[in-house]
Design a protein around this ligand. Structure first.
Ligand SMILES: [Zn+2]
Length: 411
């Protein structure tokens, strides 16, 4: 194969469930990435940090003269943009050689677009270049959404159950990743060709579902994915933030509060989130549909929260027992009993999870504005206040308490 026409990409299966990604450009030798397990590669891909790279693309959109609103665009502006765009992939060369390879092909194709003669050709050509640069980012967004739907809260599940969960949310993807597609190829070394990095991730998912040795879980503390080392229940990973591992921090949070207090406070939080969600639903519903909902006006919510906070303070100070605490906060009788703190409210899917499930390309950076002003009319006041929300706060609102401990406890 001396003269290859097309750049290509494939996975080679190897011994012990390991795989090797092979990249082959139009020129030069093939590159073999180190052997890894599919689980390891998926976790690493979901965690890749594109922040700086993404910022540079954004900067081009916002500041490059080609995109300034005006009547005339000169060829030299496009040439200048292309020169800048071609520099960006090198930011990824070290941390993500696979995306670097893919970008090389994509940019090559984008640059070879023929002039279609239209007046807006230059502008479109510039946009296409930047869209090509964004491909690694969108690939990761999809992978993260798939992983959130498949691995979040599934630590104790069997592989088959994780696969079924994926199938229930994104059936087309599950069809592609169905491990049964490789039945009959046990113990055979296979080259599995793919069209792009996104497809490669799906093949890795398929290979992941074929094995039982490794499982992917989500760390309760940092919210990243990890591979537990033993079969025992694993809540936290070994990553280190600010000098302390998630395992250690998780254990400390638990110890500080004691197991019972922790459970009672969890119920408090769940109840509060539920009341809050009810209030939002009630507030957002058109007048004529409100009778279908459990009524919860902002005033009623305020009343509930004031009362619940007071009970919480007394409980934290040791003035009342868990039983009384629960009785006092559960004014709408959601809990089955007050004798035990070992219970959960039946889970309600958060708005965030609904959005992820409904849209494979769900990208928090696009769906939530960087900041948001809202006129706070929830409290009767002579002078209603403008309230300012950051993107993180908007996301937290939609996640309604279903989020990492790191985000919950660290400001
Ligand atoms: Zn962690």
């Amino acid at each position: 194969m001396a003269d290859k026409k097309f750049p290509s990409l494939w996975i080679e299966t190897g011994d012990g469930g390991k795989i090797c990604v092979v990249m082959s450009g139009a020129y030069g030798p093939e590159t073999h990435l180190p052997f890894v397990t599919p689980a390891e590669d998926l976790v690493a891909a979901a965690e890749m940090d594109y922040t700086a790279y993404r910022r540079e693309i954004q900067r081009l959109y916002e500041e490059h003269p080609l995109f300034e609103p005006k009547l005339d665009i000169s060829v030299s502006e496009l040439e200048d943009l292309a020169a800048e765009a071609l520099l960006l992939p090198s930011m990824l060369q070290e941390i993500d050689p696979l995306s670097f390879f893919e970008l090389g092909n994509l940019l090559d194709r984008a640059l070879r677009m023929r002039d279609d003669g239209s007046a807006s050709f230059l502008l479109h050509a510039g946009q296409r270049l930047l869209q090509a640069l964004e491909v690694p980012i969108y690939t990761q967004i999809r992978l993260r959404n798939i992983m959130e739907m498949t691995f979040d809260g599934m630590e104790r599940a069997a592989q088959q159950e994780r696969f079924e969960k994926l199938r229930s949310v994104y059936p087309k993807i599950a069809e592609f990743c169905n491990p049964a597609r490789l039945d009959g190829y046990e113990n055979v070394i296979l080259p599995l060709p793919v069209d792009n990095v996104y497809q490669l991730r799906l093949v890795e998912l398929m290979l992941y579902f074929r094995q039982e040795k490794q499982r992917i879980a989500r760390c309760d503390y940092c919210w990243n994915y990890f591979i537990p080392k033993t079969k025992a229940r694993a809540l936290y990973c070994d990553r280190i933030f600010d000098g302390q591992s998630c395992k250690k921090r998780g254990a400390n949070l638990k110890r500080k509060k004691g197991p019972e207090q922790d459970d009672a406070l969890k119920l408090f939080k769940q109840l509060r989130d539920r009341m809050y969600a009810r209030m939002l639903r009630y507030q957002d519903a058109p007048e004529n549909q409100r009778d279908r909902l459990i009524p919860m006006t902002p005033m009623q919510y305020d009343e509930w929260e004031t009362n619940a906070r007071q009970a919480r303070r007394e409980y934290m100070a040791g003035k009342i027992k868990a039983e009384e605490f629960l009785r006092r906060i559960d004014t709408t009788h959601e809990l089955t009993s007050y004798n035990t703190v070992k219970q959960e409210l039946p889970p309600e899917e958060s708005f965030w999870q609904k959005r992820v499930a409904a849209d494979l390309d769900f990208d928090p950076e696009q769906k939530y504005p960087a900041s948001f002003m809202v006129l706070d009319l929830s409290k009767p006041m002579d002078h209603p206040q403008w309230q300012y929300y950051t993107r993180e706060e908007l996301i937290q609102k939609d996640q309604k308490g279903h989020q990492s401990l790191r985000n919950k406890y660290i400001k």
